[in-house]
Design a binder for this molecule. Structure first.
Ligand SMILES: Nc1nc2c(ncn2[C@@H]2O[C@H](COP(=O)(O)OP(=O)(O)OP(=O)(O)O)[C@@H](O)[C@H]2O)c(=O)[nH]1
Ligand SMILES: [Mg+2]
Length: 246
């Protein structure tokens, strides 16, 4: 029988943060008795992220863990896509390696999918800001709000936070859509939501707990610029029929 849940963790140079995160995820799976698999996608790290992930997994040998390596860095979007394509279960969850959203919040996203109400559920930091424990530095947080405004305008999506690294998918419906995704870096979240909505999937933005964790590798200047060009690409693709399924 196939698994009930696939948990995908994209990881780029995460050797300093990933051990406690994977331990928490695997302990959660063990204690809940979930029939879940863990898929870590090492996105061309120059540190020993993949080896470290493999070592943690050995300590939980009853849980199937798959460490996939990209030879070169391809971006978070591409890493998540690789993980989702490898997922065996009909429900997949991806989580950032820093577990800014605690893994216990997974139930909030998974329940609406497993009971058939929703097809794509995603964590949000903006719907209930009282759930944020440790905030990002003030300038990053304000920058995030501005970015959300830009994302709304450029994508036409009406969500308060598209960028939280905690999203779950009905894979029967979402897997075919992965073929038409084009965005490799941080704009991929917007593309996932945009394409899912375009194809009539039911989307739900769900408030989750969130804590800033040191060690973000986001470069505000470089990644903001890329985000703009990725948002422009999504608009172009939509116009040119790139998101229609063959
Ligand atoms: N920055 C970055 N992260 C990647 C890449 N590929 C995979 N990731 C993973 O994507 C997740 C997001 O990384 P963070 O650097 O924490 O970025 P973030 O969570 O958006 O940034 P904060 O909001 O500051 O926490 C982590 O699990 C990374 O390991 C990549 O090319 N660059
Ligand atoms: Mg982070």
């Amino acid at each position: 029988m196939s698994k009930e849940l696939s948990i995908v963790v994209p990881a780029f140079n995460e050797s300093a943060r990933i051990v406690p995160s994977l331990e928490k995820i695997l302990t959660y799976v063990r204690e809940k008795g979930l029939d879940a698999e863990l898929i870590v996608v090492d996105d061309g790290s120059s540190d020993d992220t993949a080896e470290i992930a493999g070592k943690v997994a050995e300590r939980y040998d009853e849980i199937k863990t798959n460490v996939i390596r990209h030879k070169q860095n391809r971006g978070k979007g591409n890493a998540v896509k690789t993980g989702l394509l490898a997922a065996e279960a009909d429900i997949a969850l991806f989580s950032d390696a820093d577990l800014s959203t605690p893994i216990e919040e997974a139930e909030k996203l998974i329940a609406p999918i497993s009971n058939g109400e929703m097809d794509l559920t995603f964590g949000s930091r903006a719907l209930d800001r009282s759930l944020i424990g440790t905030h990002q530095p003030w300038r990053r947080e304000q920058g995030g709000k501005v970015m959300n405004f830009v994302i709304r305008k450029m994508s036409g999506l009406g969500f308060a936070d598209t960028q939280c690294g905690f999203k779950a998918f009905n894979m029967k419906k979402f897997r075919p859509l992965l073929d038409v995704m084009t965005v490799d870096r941080f704009g991929f979240d917007v593309e996932f939501l945009f394409v899912a909505k375009y194809h009539g999937l039911r989307l739900a933005e769900i408030p989750v707990r969130w804590n800033d964790v040191e060690g973000s590798k986001v470069s505000v200047f470089r990644d903001t610029r890329r985000m703009f060009s990725e948002l422009a690409l999504i608009r172009r693709n939509a116009k040119n029929g790139v998101y229609d399924l063959k």
